[in-house]
Design a binder for this molecule. Structure first.
Ligand code: NAD
Length: 496
């Protein structure tokens, strides 16, 4: 592999790249293979970047391994690492608009969502992780039971493979790279082939912040590159966000090799509308939490559970909400639902709409076919199904598009049972006039996160899934701990 230091900063006007970020340099790829980034709105190629192959992953892992085994980073103090990440935070804050724009260009996230969540949220994560790192018990003494003291140390876990999906590409990359950095790890990050552009901007910001060579390496590529990275002998821990299917494969490899791994996977979350809920406020909440990022969100509330006495009212209100959302060009600030990331995703979502019809669910709004006024782009109409039984496939399987099912329940106990009748356990919400009743429901639903009359993730608190939604947690001190190994140092009891 030849290397080059030539460097043209990524900007929204010049998106093509010819190198990877390896060992603090812009490194030429091992092959001439190229990823074509296609706009989901125009269906035209908007950028070409190299496609990472196993030889590129090998180079990135070698650099990360050297930086971990011989470099200064794991041996710096938490305070020194915080200083570098603090610089990153300042640089990141200045590029929030560019970051959001890149994500809208590459994967079609509506600019309203991109500027609200796709770039501000990663920046908030950086700030939250800095605060957590300041207070984290990196090394603490505790009294032993045998008369001696024990020194308990959190040491960096080693070389981390950070693998991200396309739907919230920066969010999921930063949630791994930044705690890994603060813990003293080194990283090989692999963005998804649909969304490599934002990762180039992150590489530039890390470089400018003074992260030493080899500490973070970024190689975009597909499944083959990801699988090679996961199984690589030079990797100590895999931090993965993506589908449950890929998570199972990755978990099996890590189990076999006894590698540490954390898995953030799919969801099929239920929004429970209680009898006393204010429907106007509930619909405002669901408009966002069910359809955010055009429904391509792991935490989307895709099952709405309505009390039988108010079932028709909830179905009508949700159908009106879905039908009122502007669908179209993701760069238009008024757009609430943009295109699906790829043609295959559009086909997947519309095929589920056919499945729902075939299962006997009642299509209330939306359906297959292009939204009005659009004749190209990978769009799906915001769709609501009523008369859904929780055993139907549309209620059990993750569709990952703007398709919501409304399910009737009799009594809160049954609502909780239906919410829990899922392989997944990532998120959930309850909508009620009675906060205490809402918290009571929250306690009974088996998911890693839950919202009462809202769903706002908080980076001070752990995030992750029960059941098939994953293993381990991101964010909060619990998330930081996942980038550490814990060591106990025993000292002899004081003489005499
Ligand atoms: P995906 O599993 O197809 O791919 C995710 C990433 O893993 C990509 O970078 C891909 O190239 C790579 N990959 C795929 N198979 C791999 C393998 N066998 N070994 C190593 N790497 C592999 O998922 P996707 O379609 O990109 O993303 C959508 C999924 O991600 C949804 O299921 C969604 O719920 C989930 N997701 C979960 C969270 C969360 O925090 N729990 C957040 C966002 C997305």
């Amino acid at each position: 592999m030849t290397q080059t230091q030539d460097h043209r900063p990524i900007s929204v006007d010049a998106l093509d790249r010819d190198s990877f970020y390896i060992d603090g340099r812009w490194a030429r790829p091992a092959t001439g293979d190229v990823i074509e980034v296609v706009s989901p709105h125009t269906e035209q190629v908007v950028a070409r970047v190299p496609e990472g192959r196993p030889a590129d992953i090998d180079a990135a892992v070698a650099a990360a391994r050297r930086a971990f085994d011989e470099g200064p980073w794991p041996r710096t103090s938490p305070a020194e690492r915080i200083e570098v990440v603090q610089r990153l935070s300042g640089l990141y804050a200045a590029r929030l608009g560019d970051m959001a724009e890149l994500i809208t260009i590459e994967m079609g996230s509506p600019t309203s969502f991109a500027n609200l969540a796709q770039s501000p949220a990663p920046w908030m994560q950086i700030e939250a992780f800095i605060a957590i790192a300041r207070d984290f018990a990196w090394e603490s003494a505790r009294p032993g039971v045998l008369g001696s003291d024990v020194l308990v140390r959190h040491e960096p876990v080693g070389v981390v493979a950070a693998i991200a999906p396309w739907n919230v590409p920066q969010f999921t990359l930063v949630s791994k790279v930044v705690p890994a950095l603060l813990a003293g790890c080194t990283v090989v990050a692999k963005p998804a082939p649909e969304s490599p552009l934002d990762a180039y901007l992150l590489a530039e910001l890390l470089d400018e912040a003074g992260v030493p060579p080899g500490v973070v390496n970024i190689v975009a590529g597909g499944r083959e590159a990801g699988a090679h990275l996961v199984a690589h002998a030079g990797i100590d821990k895999v931090a993965f966000t993506g589908s449950t299917a890929a998570g199972r494969t990755i978990g099996a490899v890590c189990g076999e090799q006894l590698k540490r791994c954390s898995l953030e996977l799919g969801g099929k979350s239920a929004a429970i509308v209680l009898d006393d809920a204010d429907l106007t406020a509930t619909m405002e909440g669901l408009r966002f939490t069910s359809f955010m990022n055009s429904g391509q969100a792991c935490v989307a509330q895709t099952r709405v559970l309505a009390p039988r006495g108010r079932y028709a009212e909830v179905v009508d209100a949700l159908a009106q909400t879905a039908a009122s959302m502007p669908v179209g060009d993701p760069a238009d600030p008024a757009t609430e639902v943009g295109p699906m990331v790829a043609r295959r995703q559009q086909e997947r979502v519309t095929s589920y709409i056919e499945v729902g019809r075939g299962e006997g669910a009642r299509l209330v709004t939306g359906g297959t076919g292009m939204p009005e006024g659009l004749d190209r782009g990978w769009y799906v109409r915001p769709t609501v199904f009523a008369d859904v039984d929780n055993r139907m496939r549309i209620a059990q399987e993750e569709i990952f598009g703007p398709v919501v099912s409304v399910i009737a329940y009799d009594g809160v106990e049954e609502a909780v049972r239906i919410a829990n009748d899922s392989d997944y356990g990532l998120a959930g919400t309850v909508w009620t006039a009675d906060l205490a009743a809402g918290i009571d429901v929250a306690r009974q639903v088996r998911t890693g996160t839950y919202g009462v009359n809202t769903y706002t993730m908080d980076f001070a608190a752990p995030f992750g899934g029960f059941k098939a939604s994953g293993l381990g947690r991101e964010f909060g001190p619990e998330g930081m701990a996942q980038y550490t190994e814990v060591k106990s140092i025993y000292t002899p009891p004081p003489a005499g």
